[in-house]
Design a binder for this molecule. Structure first.
Ligand code: NDP
Ligand SMILES: O=C1O[C@H](COP(=O)(O)O)[C@@H](O)[C@H](O)[C@H]1O
Length: 597
């Protein structure tokens, strides 16, 4: 087995991160890593470094050229060589144990990942490709097995064939991609069974045990199935296929309920079979790179945090749009609608991260505590502060795009909104009076997810004359573009070069594709890795979920009871005009509609 120091050159899981911690001053302490144990299974040198930094919160300590290096002040007791050695050893043994490796370097454990609903769309589109990407990057433990489980009859070879059609190396021509794919597929197996059959899960258990070959078994079940069968699957998996000697975790897809009552009932049923710390409720937006970066932007840059309040921020906009409709998912969608599909989870989660107070630490519970506080400080949403829409058919360039109700799986005359805009408020000292506007829609003119922060006007602006009299057009705006073309840009006023004095609006632009050569991992990769590692920061805790449903349930009930007729908008358009009236009511202009965005 290779020693840690000899694995310096191996590929880094979450690579790209350590490189930024390069030596910056001469107060460096350096110590050979020879005191470390032999490489725990599946953990390479760089990965340990990243884990150490994440765990200890000490970015000033990094590993380079086979040594630990510290840039911090050597008079700080923590930075002494002895202190460092102890700290590194302790964190590393803990981290190694987490992924199932003995700190003595023995390969004692294994992770079995069962994709429940393996024949489905999400499994093919996202889960298997994400698992392969993790495997390719060296992020999965040495001993792992992947099982697909669903009712469809399939052999292992058929599952592999199905999976192989969607596996790609994210960057074309990456080295050994074909080989890695072959290796990965050999670790994938299939078991056909009913979701409510303890016997079928017991057979799965037997098969998993054969692969686990007497090691400590850690088991992850990914419920990629419709919500009405979540409880059956949890019951059977936990009672017939739980690990006997390691951990058992369950990732649950959304929707987690459709209102406060159903969500609470689901949580109650889950808790008959699982502890809260075994439940990983996924919101894949939390795994998106730019959403993860929100806290970094706020809390590690002096220039942003002081501005992050009602004093300087006029409004915040959370915008989601897709340029395709619900085709193929109409049956599911009609029971939920856009408010439950996007706003109650993805946009609200972003809002909570955006607006929360500084957490005590980066630990999952500290972050989730702050998010819950924000959610619980939100003012009930007024029905008059909500606009709903539904797309209708449109013919453009000779092509006819179907309306929402043209889908055979959608009931005729359905009033389910495919678009919604809403004004929300946080009644706390930081955000009192600041409108948080949300807008989400299907079948619009573009695909986009972004956060727009519009700052207040400059008081007594000396340059009013040079900028024109529309104050709104001269205020600073920070845009965090989550997708596509990930970017962070700040709109500023700038003098147009020349002898005159004319100002224009220009962007200070951090476009990820221009700045970083490393490709951005898919959200599901980050989340799967976190679940394997037991990191809960990006998963939704039950009290967060309750708070999110408490906010939206009364609104949803009122809209449904009143049978609010949606404003119809043509497929591929910018959505209902009502969204603009709503914004104007709160003195806001949507930032995504101006010509220069
Ligand atoms: N697809 C997507 O883009 C997204 C999906 N989700 C959520 O992820 C989960 C999975 O999504 P997706 O893959 O699209 O779902 P599917 O509808 O494709 O269902 C997954 C599998 O579940 C089984 N299944 C489907 N309907 C039933 C039923 N009524 N009774 C029993 N088994 C059934 C089928 O497998 P078999 O017949 O072989 O047993 C199917 O292949 C859902 O909860 C969904 O809401 C969340 C975000 C995005
Ligand atoms: O959860 C969901 O998200 C997708 C959009 O995800 P993205 O990562 O492609 O932006 C959305 O299409 C779907 O309706 C919803 O259920």
């Amino acid at each position: 087995m290779a020693s840690l120091s000899s694995s310096v050159t191996s590929r880094s899981c979450r690579s790209g991160y350590p490189a930024s911690f390069s030596p910056v001053n001469s107060n460096r302490l350096s110590r050979s890593l020879s005191f470390l144990p032999a490489s725990p299974q599946g953990l390479n040198f760089n990965e340990l470094c990243v884990r150490f930094q994440r765990k200890s919160g000490r970015a000033s300590v990094f590993m380079q050229d086979g040594a630990i290096v510290s840039n911090s002040n050597p008079t700080d007791g923590k930075s002494s060589l002895k202190g460092l050695k102890e700290e590194v050893l302790s964190v590393i043994s803990e981290e190694a144990a987490k992924v199932g490796a003995g700190s003595d370097g023995q390969s004692q454990s294994t992770v079995s990942i069962t994709v429940v609903g393996a024949s489905g769309d999400l499994a093919k589109k996202k889960i298997f490709p994400a698992l392969f990407a993790l495997y390719y990057e060296g992020c999965l433990p040495e001993h792992f097995t992947i099982y697909g489980y669903s009712r469809s009859k399939m052999t292992d070879a058929e599952l592999r064939n199905m999976v192989s059609k969607t596996l790609t190396c994210r960057i074309d021509k990456r080295v050994n991609c074909g080989e890695k794919m072959e290796e990965f597929l050999k670790r994938c197996f299939y078991h056909s069974g009913q979701y409510d059959s303890q016997e079928h899960f017991a057979v799965l258990d037997k098969k998993l045990k054969e692969h686990e070959a007497g090691r400590i078994s850690n088991r992850l079940f990914y419920l990629s199935i419709p919500p009405n069968i979540f409880v059956d699957a949890v019951k059977c998996a936990s009672s017939s296929a739980s690990s006997a000697n390691g951990w058992t975790r369950v990732i649950v897809e959304k929707p987690f309920g459709r209102d406060s009552e159903s969500s609470a009932a689901l949580t109650k049923s889950f808790k008959q079979y699982l502890e809260e710390d075994q439940i990983f409720r996924i919101d894949h937006y939390l795994g998106k790179e730019l959403v993860e970066n929100l806290s970094v932007l706020r809390f590690s840059n002096l220039i942003f945090e002081p501005l992050w309040s009602r004093q300087y921020i006029r409004n915040v906009q959370l915008i989601f749009s897709e340029d395709f409709g619900t085709e193929g998912r109409g049956g599911y969608f009609d029971n939920y609608g856009i408010i439950r599909d996007i706003m109650q989870n993805h946009l609200l989660q972003i809002l909570a991260l955006f607006a929360m107070e500084t957490p005590v630490s980066l630990d999952a519970e500290d972050i989730r505590n702050e998010k819950v506080k924000v959610l619980r400080s939100m003012r009930p949403i007024q029905v008059d502060d909500v606009v709903v829409g539904q797309y209708k058919s449109q013919t453009k360039g000779g092509v006819t795009y179907p309306g929402y109700t043209d889908d055979k799986t959608v009931p005729k005359g359905s009033l389910t909104p495919t678009f919604a805009a809403a004004a929300l408020f946080i009644d706390n000292a930081r955000w009192d009076g600041v409108p948080f506007l949300m807008k989400a829609g299907k079948a619009l003119h573009t695909r986009r997810a972004e956060i727009r922060v519009q700052f207040r006007h400059v008081p007594g602006n000396l340059y009013n004359r040079s900028t024109g009299c529309d104050l709104d057009k001269t205020t600073n705006e920070l845009v965090i573009r989550v997708q596509p073309d990930e970017a962070i840009y700040l709109k500023i006023n700038n003098k147009v070069p020349g002898l005159g004095m004319r100002l224009d609006r220009s962007n200070l632009n951090l476009l990820y594709s221009a700045r970083y050569s490393k490709e951005i991992p898919d959200a599901y990769e980050r989340l799967l890795l976190d679940a394997i590692e037991g990191e809960r920061r990006l998963f939704i805790r039950s009290d967060e979920l309750d708070a999110a449903w408490s906010l939206f349930t009364p609104l949803l009930k009122e809209l449904e009871e009143k049978k609010r007729i949606p404003e119809y908008y043509p497929y591929g358009s910018r959505g209902p005009v009502g969204a603009h009236y709503l914004a104007a009511k709160h003195n806001v202009r949507w930032g995504d509609v101006s010509l220069e965005q």
